[in-house]
Design a protein around this ligand. Structure first.
Ligand code: ADP
Ligand code: MG
Length: 633
């Protein structure tokens, strides 16, 4: 049977072109990628062999072997893992399925120079072989295939590959790299040893390098040229990294292990490695990535920890060990408390899983708390994952307080849209006599910071947290307090100022009500059932008016917009209009004796308030027309 020629998926071709043309700054990573794939393939077969020892009886010792041939200019990486069938080779080595690579493709600008820099930040898995090879040959035999149903796959990376069924005498996969003329340093065993140690020391399978055997020359025999002998020697210590004592593992080792584990190509922001003994024995190694995956908010997003039982890899993306709001955490858990043949379904149901979930959640929260002490790092983390964390207080009632502690918001205390103020920090600055946490949700930071609702609080020197993420409205609708301090929205009619509202204020308020009775009556008459009420404001200083959600106090306008956007029915809402009788515009309106003209003023003032709060009014052209009439008067 002749080999069939296939075209690579378009994205792969693009990627390979880039690889060929880019000055890849970190060429040696190809070895990490290929060893990582070999190790994954061995993990998969190891797992299958737990229930079927026969699968590996011909070749029971898992290993990865690396051999350079200087004469043939080839570098060969061989594993005795699960192998690939012809179909698998065609699809896995011809397309891009992995999310990191997809994100990479999305980030491409089309500018060759910039794109080739980008490539250094992402990884390209198997295709990185073409960084150093002008041709790649893959020989593979799937664990389930007969000897003559092996696969040969070959490509020079120029748009196509060919593949066919051939006899392959061994189980697993062999990748033969035909090294480019200017990359021959990768044929030197010292260089290979250095790369393996640097990137792949943590691999729990032995990695063996074909090296010259050192033989001690015999005494007095030093004139005779010794015969060169080669053999495979193990380079890594093949001890699963998480089984080592944390203080003996370097940051570099943790970071490399993260990249292998998560298929990410950047260092994590932080990690936590814990070994727990006692009732429930387990080891966990948890990482916070530095970048959110592109599908973080996608419901189908696959996430979860790697599960090992007694150091044997059992499954990937086991979701049951962490709550949904911590779905960005990468890592693994290894325990003796679960059976080797545990299934995904069984996992969901066992008490061990529930206990582990509880413990691991606490670990992550305390890791984040620790991270929050480093303001710069935490800001980076928060920009990526802050909004996911906000799902936490509602999802995980038991840890509500600990999660709220981790949230950050913009504030009237700072001149910055960057969310950096915690509830604790807010409380530490509270005014004497203040016992509420004031916040305001709005469409954007700008709207929030310029909102008329802030005026009274500002005057009193009370700080207000400014929230402008979509999820904030929902969050604040679902939590009542932090550290015993009630949350109060700056746009509620009753600001619950307590002792902050001094006696004088109250007297003024009463007096203002009395004084402006007539004003209020005229506005009520003019606006009729457009509004649910008209009241004198005690909080406005620079603005003539503002509106408060009337009939449905629970539903703020942000929320209405969210519902509307989601196509949900939203009950018709009426607003209470708050007037600032000291404002020139209100005074001018009041001075108008013609009730028909006054009605125009009233409508204008009401619509202004709506516009400022909602960013929209029902009939903008009527508004503009009325305004122009009044301006020309
Ligand atoms: P990733 O490892 O992130 O999935 P790669 O580009 O590194 O992406 O590899 C693509 C796929 O090719 C792997 O997921 C696997 O299915 C297959 N593959 C690569 N190398 C091997 C190997 N040595 N043995 C078996 N399958 C492999
Ligand atoms: Mg890979």
């Amino acid at each position: 049977m002749a080999a069939t020629v296939h075209g690579f998926q378009t994205q792969v071709t693009k990627l390979l072109d880039l690889l060929a043309n880019s000055l890849y700054s970190n060429k040696e990573v190809f070895l990490r990628e290929l060893i990582s794939n070999a190790s994954d393939a061995i993990d998969k077969l190891h797992f299958m062999s737990l229930t079927n020892q026969d699968l590996i009886k011909d070749d029971p010792n898992f290993k990865i072997q690396i051999r350079a041939d200087k004469d043939a200019k080839t570098l060969t990486i061989t594993d005795n893992g699960i192998g690939m069938t012809l179909d698998e080779a065609n699809s896995h080595l011809g397309t891009i399925a992995e999310s990191g690579t997809e994100a990479f493709m999305k980030n491409l600008t089309g500018d060759a120079k910039r794109d080739s820099q980008l490539i250094g930040q992402f990884g390209v898995g198997f295709y990185s072989a073409f960084i150093v090879a002008s041709k790649v040959t893959v020989l593979s035999r799937s664990v389930n295939a007969a000897e003559d149903a092996g696969v040969r796959w070959e490509s020079d990376g120029n748009g196509t590959f060919e593949s066919e069924n051939v006899a392959v005498p061994f189980r697993g996969t062999q990748i033969i790299l035909h090294i480019k003329d200017d990359e021959t340093e990768f044929l030197d065993t010292w260089k290979l040893r250095e790369c393996i140690t640097k990137y792949s020391d943590h691999i729990s399978t032995p990695v063996e390098l074909y090296e010259e055997k050192y033989e001690k020359p015999e005494e007095g025999d030093d004139k005779k040229e010794p015969e060169k002998k080669f053999e495979y020697t193990q380079v890594n210590d093949a001890k699963a990294l998480w089984t080592r004592t944390p203080k003996d593992v370097t940051e570099q080792e943790y970071n490399e292990f993260y990249k292998h584990l998560s298929h990410d190509y950047q260092d994590p922001i932080t990690y936590a490695h814990n070994k727990v003994e006692g009732d429930l024995e387990y080891t966990s190694l948890l990482y916070v990535p530095s970048k959110a995956p592109w599908d973080l908010y996608n419901r189908e997003n696959e996430h979860g920890l790697k599960l090992y039982v007694q150091r044997v890899f059992i499954m990937d993306k086991a979701e049951a060990f962490l709550p949904n709001y911590l779905r960005f955490i990468k890592g693994l858990v290894d325990t003796n408390a679960l059976p080797l043949n545990v299934s995904r379904e069984l996992l969901q149901e066992t008490a061990v899983t529930r206990k582990l979930k509880k413990a691991l959640t606490k670990r992550v929260l305390s890791m984040l708390d620790k991270l929050s002490k480093d303001t710069e790092k935490y800001e980076k983390f928060y920009a990526q994952f802050g909004n996911v964390l906000k799902e936490g207080p509602v999802e995980d009632y038991d840890n509500k307080e600990a999660i709220l502690k981790l949230l950050r918001f913009a504030s009237t205390n700072n001149n910055s849209a960057v969310p950096s103020v915690s509830f604790d920090e807010y409380i530490s600055r509270m005014k004497e006599g203040q016992d509420k946490i004031y916040y305001l949700t709005a469409d954007s930071y700008e709207t929030a910071v310029n909102s008329p609702y802030l005026e009274t609080l500002k005057k009193k020197g009370v700080e207000v947290l400014l929230m402008s993420e979509r999820v904030d409205e929902w969050l604040m609708g679902n939590v009542n307090e932090f550290a015993g301090k009630e949350f109060v929205s700056a746009n509620s009619q009753d600001l619950k100022l307590g002792s902050l509202a001094d006696e004088e204020d109250k007297k003024k308020e009463e007096a203002a009500k009395e004084e402006n009775k007539d004003l209020i009556e005229r506005f009520k008459k003019a606006l009729g059932d457009k509004v649910s009420d008209v009241v004198v404001s005690t909080r406005l200083i620079d603005s003539p008016s503002c509106v408060i959600s009337g009939t449905n106090q629970m539903m703020t306008m942000q929320m209405r917009r969210l519902l509307e956007a989601a196509g949900q029915p939203v009950p018709e809402d009426k607003f209470t209009l708050e007037l600032n009788p000291e404002h020139k515009l209100v005074k001018k309106a009041y001075a108008e004796m013609d009730e028909a003209v006054f009605a125009k003023w009233a409508t204008l003032i009401y619509n202004q308030a709506l516009l400022a709060d909602q960013g929209a009014i029902k009939d903008p052209s009527a508004f503009v027309k009325a305004m122009n009439e009044l301006l020309l008067d």
